[in-house]
Design a protein around this ligand. Sequence first.
Ligand code: FES
Length: 112
Amino acid sequence: MAFTSICSADAVGEGSMGLFQAGKKSVLLVWPAGGELKAYRGRCPHADMPLTESSFDGRKVTCLHHNWGFECDTGKCVTHAVRNALHPYPLRIDGEEIQVDLGPVREPRAKS
Ligand code: FES
């Protein structure tokens, strides 16, 4: 586990979402009304398009490329009968920062 700071703890409020960059990876933070803050990969699982073109109604994230909708508590697609889901990242609040585990850190290749 390698948690990375994404933004300040007050960058996303309840009932809103934000897209953030962590190195080469984008991270979607969504906080459903009455729910918990969640972190997902910032790309749509349908056609791997960036979720910069998306909307959020407080419960569902809709990718505007082809209008697939994802329930933000689970990341599951709710508009199409498919197993596709947003890819979740572990999330924690550390002091004044939101941190996300983006997966294993790759060691740089050794020069030969
Ligand atoms: S790329 Fe998101 S719905 Fe098609």
